[in-house]
Every structure is written in C-alpha cells, then in structure tokens.
Design a protein around this ligand. Structure first.
Ligand SMILES: Nc1ncnc2c1ncn2[C@@H]1O[C@H](COP(=O)(O)OP(=O)(O)OP(=O)(O)O)[C@@H](O)[C@H]1O
Ligand SMILES: Cc1ncc(CO)c(N)n1
Length: 260
C-alpha cells in the first residue's frame, strides 16, 4: 500500500539520536514515508554537541523545492533550523500545510542552537504559519521573552496563532504536557514518567510522531494523544540498553525493528 508522506526539515545528529535520524526512524516506525531537508550538520554524540555547520540557504531551498515538486507531502515537521533566513523561507513555502514546528533553540547540554535573530524570525514568520508548536518550558520562555508557569505560557503562545503542546519531560513520577488551542483554556495531559537517562532525541521523536499521525489523517487531538503514547513506549524500550557514554538515544523503533 502506498504510505502517507511526511517531511522533516531539521539538522543531522552524527550520533543518530536526535534531528533527522530520530525523525526518519519515527516516521518509518509509524508506517509513513519520510522525506528530509537538511538545514545543518552537527558533530554530536551522547555527550554533547561539538560543532554545528549550517547548510547554505540555496541548498535548503533546492532540497525543499525538490521534495514539494514531486511528493504528496501530507504533513511537515521542522526541528533545528539554524538561521533566520531558513526560518523565513520555511514560513513562505510551508504555510497552509499541516505543520508541526519544534522550536529547537537550546540543546539539553545548554548549547545555543538558535540565537536571538532566529527567535525573532520564529515569532514573526513561522509560529503564525504553524498548525502546532512543541516547545519545552525553556523554549517557550525564550519565544515569549518571559518566564511564567507552563499553562500560562502555552496559552500565551497559542494566542499568536498555532496550537501549542508545551512539553514537560522528567524521569520521576509523572510528566505533564500542556495542550493549548487558540482562544481556549489550556488542558494538562499527564502521563507516567519513564525513569531513564536514555532520552536524547525525545523531543524530536515526539514532534515527528505528531507529524506522522497528522500525515496519516488523524485530527490534532488524536495525533497529540498517539504521539505521547508512542514516545513513552519508546522511552520504555530505551531503558533496556546502554549506548554511548552520555545521555543515550531514545529508541525510535523496537530493538527488532518490528513496526510500532
Ligand atoms: N522520562 C520521560 N518519561 C515519560 N515521558 C517523557 C520523558 N521525557 C520526556 N517525555 C515526554 O516526551 C515528550 C517530549 O518532551 P521533552 O520535554 O523531553 O522534549 P524536549 O525537551 O524538547 O526534548 P529534547 O531536548 O530531547 O528535544 C513529551 O510528551 C514529554 O512528556
Ligand atoms: C540536530 C539536532 N536537532 C535537535 C536536537 C535537540 O534534541 C539536537 N540535539 N540535535
């Protein structure tokens, strides 16, 4: 059967945990064909990011044109974008499509992956074009320009146009994500926390799963629900392994590769 197509626009992670690697593996696990536009190449492993090389704007644009000219892209996910020009380019090309924006601005290690010009471009161009954005609490504070409680932050970001899933990871007890739709009260979605340090790439996996479910035709609420279940289950899989010297990769598929 012909699969639905999802596109990821993101950076590479040489360690295979986050970015394009996480997104394509997650799409495959969910039965969706993945196309990819690479925005940056990172030298990275489970211990951190050593180096980031942005891909030239013209190359990002021609990758995007090639995919959009040829494939029936049903949903798009953006991750690390790197420069304000790329953020603007995507807003121009992708507005009107089901669009999941994971505003990757700071790595877990604290390395800045999007400076203040990138943040300004997100605010002005990409957030208004997005269907749903998936910041964590830190990214939400950077995008809003102020720190506040997660429910208020989710509602304030939703007032700028997109639906918001403000993600709240954590390895003890429960995790709470806040779902806010424009003009509505935010709703808490609480699930069990998986006690694992193998969580590098979790945010990418969640937003890619969300895009995969939208590509398969789910409505937003169902897509958020299923992406959350998928992510928790993959974190459970990752508890069983030891990879690398730092924060290991979250599992994107099962160890045997069988469909999720
Ligand atoms: N240990 C965990 N147990 C259960 N769920 C988790 C855990 N860590 C993260 N999650 C869930 O994974 C999804 C992504 O959340 P998270 O806040 O980790 O993203 P992130 O900070 O953007 O990740 P990253 O920086 O790795 O890209 C959310 O639904 C969150 O609740
Ligand atoms: C390429 C890339 N995208 C996203 C993240 C955030 O996890 C990362 N560490 N690297």
């Amino acid at each position: 059967m012909t699969p639905a197509v999802a596109l990821t626009v993101a950076g590479t992670d040489s360690g295979g945990a986050a970015g394009i690697a996480a997104d394509l593996a997650t799409f495959a696990a969910l039965g969706v064909h993945g196309a990819c536009v690479v925005t940056a190449v990172t030298a990275q492993d489970t211990t951190g990011i050593r180096d980031v090389h942005p891909v030239p704007l013209a190359s990002v644009e021609s990758q995007l044109d090639a995919v959009l000219d040829d494939l029936p892209v049903a949903a798009v996910k953006t991750g690390m974008l790197g420069t304000p020009e790329v953020v603007e380019l995507l807003a121009r090309h992708l507005a009107g499509r089901p669009l999941v924006v994971d505003p990757v601005l700071v790595a877990t290690s604290g390395v800045v992956l999007g400076d203040e010009h990138v943040v300004a471009a997100y605010r002005a161009h990409l957030l208004p074009a997005a269907t749903v954005i998936t910041p964590n609490a830190h990214e939400a504070a950077v995008l809003l320009g102020r720190a506040t409680d997660p429910a208020t932050a989710a509602a304030a970001l939703a007032d700028t146009g997109p639906a918001v899933v403000l993600t709240g990871g954590g390895t003890r007890g429960t995790c709470t994500d806040w779902l806010a739709l424009p003009g509505q009260r935010p709703v808490a979605r609480t699930h069990r926390a998986v006690p694992t340090t193998n969580d590098h790439g979790t945010g990418c996996t969640f937003s890619a799963a969300l895009a995969a479910h939208l590509a398969r035709g789910a409505d937003l609420d169902a897509a958020v629900h299923h992406a959350g279940l998928f992510t928790v289950r993959q974190l459970d899989v990752s508890r069983r392994w030891t990879l690398g010297r730092g924060r290991g990769p979250v599992a994107h598929t099962t160890p045997t590769g069988e469909p999720a």
